[in-house]
Design a protein around this ligand. Sequence first.
Ligand SMILES: Cc1cc2nc3c(=O)[nH]c(=O)nc-3n(C[C@H](O)[C@H](O)[C@H](O)COP(=O)(O)OP(=O)(O)OC[C@H]3O[C@@H](n4cnc5c(N)ncnc54)[C@H](O)[C@@H]3O)c2cc1C
Length: 364
Amino acid sequence: MEKVDITIIGAGVIGLAIAAEIARPDLSIFILEKNPSHGEGISSRNSEVIHGGMYYPEGSLKASLCVNGNKMLYDIAAKNNIPHKITGKLIVAVKPEEIEELERLHANGRKNGLTSTSIISKKQIAKIEPNVQAEAALYSPDTGIISVHDLMNYYLTKALNSKAQIVCHTKVVRIEKEPGRYRIFTHNAKSEIFEFSSAIVINAAGLESDTIANMAGGNYHLHYCKGDYCSLSGVKPGVVQRLIYPVPAKNRVGLGVHLTLDLNGRFKLGPDTTYIDRKEDYKVAPEKASDFYHSARKFLPFLKEENVHSDMSGIRPKLQGPNDDFRDFVIKEDAPGFINLVGIESPGLTASPAIALYVKAMLF
Ligand SMILES: Cc1cc2nc3c(=O)[nH]c(=O)nc-3n(C[C@H](O)[C@H](O)[C@H](O)COP(=O)(O)OP(=O)(O)OC[C@H]3O[C@@H](n4cnc5c(N)ncnc54)[C@H](O)[C@@H]3O)c2cc1C
């Protein structure tokens, strides 16, 4: 039976970032992906925002890996010509009573190591974003956007250049412990079984990371939380320059329906948050357009209902259930040589290079 040193399950931004960080010509590394190609899971359905890190509790992995990942990602993008833009972001208080929450977020960002954010007044907002209506805002100059597909291609190429191998159309269906190793059973597109053994397993299976962890004795349960998006048409390009977010809900299930830009300057609203039972239900109801219009109009007064159209969606792998408090990323060696990454929702993209370093430190 074939034997490898390390198996990474899942070729999304997390598995690929880890592969890029740990691959070396003297190690045999398999990256297994059930889909026909890499990067077709959660990583292909998100806002592509490089977050600052002001939302997450001090001391959490989400906070530290986001703040470090932000800097690392700009550096990687600049050095490797990965399309990105430092847009900046405003979290806006549309009512005076929301200003207190902005101050709390500002202070929280400071505790997480953010030094660049500031609270700006209505007058200052009018100067930099004349088409945004708000009483005050938390300004984050270090928030930006990145092409996640270019980033994933960069990570994959780096890993392959160091002799890692990617095997697509290969779904992990069973894992058995054997002395000092794990036996991994996979199905290919024709449901043929292939088995091999691996000294180390890294579970980066996104929406199925709980299932994979539980194959090796774990006890995880992910909730699926859908985020719908709406596209905008008929809005003047450049009418808003920065990403505009409302003050988030207290339980932080999501960040509230916000305005983001892509690298072509197109605007998007969303994502919202709806817990769902099925993992791969990406339909967006047409009535979402009206809901999003009413939410966003509070801070984007130029919007008209006919500008907003239902668009794509993504699904978050959440450890936090609908009525639960904050849950952190799980990045843990639950059994010897078996590292689980579970609940890697936002800011997973931002944190990806820092997560990769964190996992490397667990290995070597
Ligand atoms: C709506 C939404 C918006 C977001 N916006 C942002 C943002 O703006 N900024 C940010 O930093 N983060 C954001 N995120 C979070 C970010 O997208 C995720 O944290 C990140 O993409 C997770 O990557 P992953 O590699 O863990 O998962 P995935 O990309 O899903 O990769 C996991 C891979 O594992 C494969 N797989 C699963 N099971 C098996 C199996 N049994 N065998 C083999 N392969 C398997 C899957 O096919 C998949 O390709 C957002 C997430 C969502 C849902």
